[in-house]
Design a protein around this ligand. Structure first.
Ligand code: KG4
Ligand code: ZN
Length: 339
């Protein structure tokens, strides 16, 4: 056989530093993770009750180089085996993004390897490609993270349409805020999920939102209604049942997210529904989608690919790369990059 007929594997080095995780990964052909290094700062930021951007940037600087070395080592490859470097350039914290971006650009400059910028939200969606090797667009994806709550129609690997979004807070933000107020600390999402297991989802009720004929969300009213109930109970000396409160609150948010997602799938005639982003790890959301999404093909990313990681960036970067996307070394961080 002519050697030209043998399809060459494509190796992408992914770099992610948009928030408080420094992550580097090597992914083969967009779907096979060879290494997935993550240096998380969550324990450090816990003392402040949230991410301190300036400190996050400094910690990324300390972690990025060892993460790159470790990731290449664990994948059993060297830089010369890498076909492209995929890096998150937005959305996210500007100082944090710049660390990963500068590291990627530096590597590209000295090695001549192509630079491929990746939208962090495209990365979250691509986490599904890693977990489900046969998944192909089109599909509906509910993207729920600390900063975003979006219903996306993924028409193709490069073609995304925003069908609905939050008008105010993201679901993750609404969960983190209430988790802090009821004393669960940071990061609130996983802690609230754990605290709510076995809780009564009907014990506390929250205001419902109606965003007219749109598929949009609003979580600030729900958050305020939770805060008001907590204040009232505290003033009346009534003890809050944390387990039941956390269960009711998350179930309420899950209902809102799933209602619009299933509606989006029905309206667009798409049978496949995926979820993505940190909040997609939530057990209430997953169970609600299993209940209400009967008749649809449901795809959940593996837990470790829900929250920020670089394998998802390498996967999205692979599809950018094979579709001819290349960025120059003048690529800048875009903190508010849109879908
Ligand atoms: O995608 P991600 O890691 O970072 C951003 O891009 O924002 O998402 C972080 C968000 C946080 O709000 C965190 O509390 C939430 O995801 N989260 C969860 C769970 N795990 C992480 N929320 C609810 N339940 C979880 N199990
Ligand atoms: Zn994220």
């Amino acid at each position: 056989m002519d050697t030209c007929d043998i399809e060459k594997d494509i190796l992408i080095l992914g770099i992610e530093s948009s928030c408080d995780e420094t992550a580097v990964s090597v992914v083969k052909n967009g779907r096979e993770v060879l290494s997935n290094e993550i240096a998380s700062q969550a324990d450090f930021h816990e003392q402040f009750g949230g991410v301190v951007p300036e400190l996050a940037s400094r910690m990324h600087i300390e972690a990025i180089y060892p993460c790159i070395i470790e990731s290449l080592d664990k994948a059993g490859v060297t830089v010369s085996d890498i076909d492209a470097i995929a890096v998150t350039y937005g959305p996210g914290l500007v100082g944090a993004l710049l660390v990963g971006l500068s590291a990627a650009k530096g590597l590209c400059e000295v090695t001549g390897i192509p630079l491929v910028g990746v939208n962090h939200m495209h990365g979250h969606i691509a986490a599904n490609y890693i977990t489900h090797k046969d998944l192909e667009p089109p599909f509906i994806c509910l993207c729920v993270s600390g900063g975003h709550s979006q219903i996306v129609l993924v028409k193709d690997y490069q073609n995304y349409e925003l069908l609905g979004t939050t008008r105010d807070d993201a679901a993750g933000e609404a969960i983190d805020k209430i988790a802090r107020v009821i004393g669960l600390g940071y990061p609130g999402g996983p802690k609230m999920d754990k605290a709510a297991q076995g809780g009564d989802v009907n014990r506390y009720t929250f205001s419902r939102t109606h965003m007219g004929d749109t598929l949009d969300f609003s979580f600030s009213g729900i958050k305020t209604s939770a805060l008001n109930q907590i204040n009232k109970m505290q003033m009346q000396g009534e003890e809050i049942n944390i387990c039941d409160f956390a269960a009711s609150y998350q179930q309420h948010i899950a209902n809102e997210l799933v209602r619009n997602t299933v509606l989006a799938a029905k309206e667009s005639g798409i049978r496949k529904i995926c979820i993505a982003g940190g909040v997609s790890a939530n057990s209430f959301l997953r169970n609600e989608l299993k209940r209400k999404g009967k008749g649809f093909d449901l795809y959940f990313p593996e837990m470790k690919y829900c929250t920020d990681n670089a394998a998802m960036i390498a996967s999205a970067g692979y599809y950018n790369y094979i579709n001819g996307v290349r960025h120059g070394l003048d690529l800048n961080a875009c903190p508010s990059l849109e879908l």
